[in-house]
Ligand binder design. Structure first.
Ligand code: PHE
Length: 369
């Protein structure tokens, strides 16, 4: 019994201190190997138990095993703490700001027609209008009859309609590609209760083709149905819309008496343009030399026969409607001169005239590009 007894308490204190100062997982593992590894100091002590007398072992066994358990537990808890620190550091350094633009720009671009539709939705949403849609394949009643265009009406011939064959009739009705977005007026009035405030942008079709007409084109319909609506509301709404769209205050509109079966009275609306640097621009003084008027839309007070066709009482509900070519709006705002190029699918054209995917029109940031 001359052999000096190892000071377990001192060893415990030293090891605990080494564990506490271990600055990383590697340093901590070195402490673990030094204490509990195959040739570790605590492992060495455990080995001495075999050579002890049973009495001695009964005293020293629990002490050495207790030391081993304490050190193992201390290493485990230090390990958890270090791992938590590491995770916290990673979380704070690897933040992802989803509001930042991507490092690599998206390859595609937004077609001017889509861009203008988004701009329209943004402008009219601000005025309390919802966006409505309807089918592009329409029946006779929605496209014509309910809009006060009976079968014999000359306006039917004006529309150059693409009809489907007789075998495609539905409920005995001729079917067609809609010639305008006005059937969405009917679909909205028959499915929703007034007050109604909607715009309906979408594709329309007429058998027509030259530099300013394509068989498929785009319109936006506007419809307001409420009590005591009059032409002043129509005029203010259109002026507000056109000024917001072209982002100019010096825009004048001219209302010309016109005729549409579904509105009474009806007005075609012209926008004033002027000449700047040899180019026609919307806005300015149309009465000046080189200035003039350009027709941009048809409008009017909804004909009471249309309101009746939708089972609403025209003495209670009135409203206004307008229809406007979207492609033409895009051409005027963004300076294209050939409508056919809109639908050619030429990548060079879309790269030149297309809009960034990230450039979402908002009223606060501007609906222009
Ligand atoms: N639907 C008409 C057209 O295509 C436009 C219009 C809509 C006119 C609504 C008046 C009211 O020409």
């Amino acid at each position: 019994m001359d052999q000096q007894k190892p000071d377990l308490e001192q060893l415990n204190t030293d090891l605990q201190a080494a564990i506490d100062v271990a600055a990383g997982l590697d340093a901590l593992d070195a402490v673990r190997v030094h204490a509990l590894g195959k040739n570790g100091v605590v492992t060495g002590l455990l080995k001495t138990l075999g050579k002890m007398s049973p009495e001695e072992r009964q005293v020293e066994g629990p002490k050495i095993n207790g030391l081993r358990a304490e050190i193992a537990a201390a290493i485990e808890s230090r390990k958890s703490a270090l791992e938590a620190d590491l995770l916290a550091a990673r979380l704070s350094s690897e933040t992802l700001d989803l509001s930042l633009p991507p490092k690599e720009m998206p390859k595609g671009s937004i077609h001017p027609v889509s861009q203008v539709m988004d701009e329209l939705a943004e402008i009219f949403a601000d005025l309390g209008f919802a966006v409505a849609t309807g089918p592009e394949i329409e029946d006779d009643w929605h496209n014509f009859t309910a809009l006060n265009i009976p079968e014999t009406h000359p306006a039917r011939a004006m529309h150059d309609t693409f009809y489907f064959g007789e075998e495609q009739q539905r409920d005995g009705q001729p079917m067609m590609l809609r010639t305008h977005t006005s059937p969405v007026q009917i679909r909205t009035m028959t499915s929703e209760k007034p007050p109604i405030r909607i715009i309906a942008p979408g594709r329309t079709y007429r058998s027509d083709s030259d530099a300013t007409h394509t068989p498929m084109f785009h319109q936006v319909e506007g419809l307001v149905i409420d009590r005591d609506i009059h032409m002043g509301h129509l005029k203010w709404t259109l002026e507000t819309f056109v000024k917001a769209f072209f982002e100019r205050d010096d825009i004048v509109l001219r209302f010309r008496p016109s005729y549409f079966p579904f509105t009474e009275p009806s007005a075609e609306v012209d926008v004033g343009y002027s000449l700047k640097d040899g180019k026609r621009i919307i806005g300015g003084d149309p009465t000046k030399e080189d200035g003039g008027w350009m027709e941009i839309l048809g409008s009017g007070m909804v004909n009471r026969r249309v309101i009746e066709a939708c089972d609403l009482d025209p003495d209670e509900w009135q409203g206004f409607a307008f229809g406007c070519g979207i492609d033409r709006l895009a051409m005027l705002k963004y300076g294209m001169d050939d409508l056919r190029a809109f639908f050619d699918g030429d990548l060079r054209w879309i790269r030149h005239y297309g809009f960034s995917v990230l450039d979402v029109p908002t009223l606060s940031a501007g609906v222009g590009a």
